[in-house]
Design a protein around this ligand. Sequence first.
Ligand code: NI
Length: 162
Amino acid sequence: MAIRMIRTMGDPILTKKCKEVKEMTPRLRELIEDMFETMYEANGVGLAAPQVGILKRIVVIDTTGEDPIVMINPRILETSGTQTGGEGCLSVPGKTGTVTRPNYVKAVAFDENMQEYEIEGTELLARAICHETDHLEGQLYVDKVEGPLMDTDDYYADMEEE
Ligand code: NI
């Protein structure tokens, strides 16, 4: 396994649409392992393949540190409710902005063995699924931020004052 370089905002690869995965290969298995390692090392809760320079529809998520989820070719089937809160991205280091997302998401994806499965998530998991699937379309959360994009420290300091 290896840590991969995380591409940051301004890198054109982050604005490109990713391609469907047709079959699992040893190279893609290694990519998925590396994506987890890279995400954990950066203290993230999600990472999409384009963030490490690979234009494929692969996402890893772990919102608790104990629930690694691989989503290949994910599709959101259903959403409901809303949540408004702070969101960040490993490709936009040190920044946080307020984004409104669905509070519930149901999605379908393939796992690392290309077995199709459905997943439901609320709150942070719902937010992560939306954020990461946006990456596969070449979209960054900064385009959805309500109000200013702030330094993360200032963002949470301001919330404490309110
Ligand atoms: Ni991100």
